[in-house]
Design a protein around this ligand. Sequence first.
Ligand code: 3PG
Length: 396
Amino acid sequence: MKLKVLIADKFPDKYIQELKDLGLEVIYEPKLGEKDLPKAAEDVDILVVRSTIVNEETINSSKTLNLIIRAGSGVNNIAIQAANKKGIYVANCPGMNAVAVAELTMGLMIALDRFIPDNVSDFNNGIWNKDKYSKGKGLKGKTLGLIGVGNIGKEVAKRALAFEMNVYGKDISRIEGVPIKDFSEMDKLLELCDVVSIHLPATPLTKGLFNKQMFSCMKNGAYLINTSRHDIIVEEDLLEAIKEKNIRYACDVFKGEPEGKSGEVKSILQGNPNIYVTHHIGASTEQAQDAVAQETINIIKHFVHSGVIDHWVNRAKQIDVKYQLVVKHFDKPGVLASVLDIIKDANINIEEIENIIFEGGIAACCTMKLRSPASADMIKKMRELPNILSVSHVEL
Ligand code: 3PG
């Protein structure tokens, strides 16, 4: 039976053909939205989305869903907790659109400094205003603070250095997995910066990070750019900071962004001369879409051919195990089952298990991560089983 893949967002044609060539049944429905997905994804094996929301209902009503691929970087549009409960893999394509987002960031930086959108709009309205628009500060020699120095932050740094800016960065990787907001040096960094650019994922740690307190640390007249996620900014506090400190803001993301590709839009950021908003197009260049689509194909290919999930984001980061049992054995039917019986009789839970085979297919090695220790008696029983080469047990 063919594996079914549903692509519920825009995806380049040539890559759809590549999937068909792999022998998969491909359903391409780029117009599907959050509400359509529970029905549409009911009996598919692999679901590919960009920003279309995969909610809990979609995950709970799926019967065969095994892998969700976010053809992009942020996975905050996928109900990962629900996927965790059903053992559905979630993967993304990190870094593939980093250059495109960095390019937009530089575009927004120049737009803020040279008032490009206002220039264009006045011209189209028949207004000539060389005097008003000749007040750019210039970026050379200015200080840029990158908040988040992952794939995108690094690409922005390269480009800003070519513009001869002084580039500082605040990396959050040191605090990932630790439930604290360690942005302790931000106050020192923000007061130095003429331009601040945010490149963080949306997580509970980054939600509302740019609030009144952070804005109070920023320089008067500084530029703030957000091409990452809207949740990081408290928009009401930003509007206050714009009034009080003449901060100029450009972003590609905002609260209330429509799910669809066209339609009406409403935001408290509208109509403010110090704010430029683009239409969440950071990743939408031909180059980035090709790179993301190619990576999506690579993930599917690898999964279909070897069961391995590249860029698997919902694998448990820390598991509660203290013991490891390694059993080397002849690769014959029933050998492992007898070992597992001994573990089962002792009521010990195996958290992770991997069995690999040595070249030639005669010997194999099974590594198990256990929550509680195997007793000396259990190990003795295992060693006495037929076709066992060795048994070792260590505390991790
Ligand atoms: C991402 O997370 O990759 C970007 O926000 C792009 O989103 P998009 O694929 O919906 O344009």
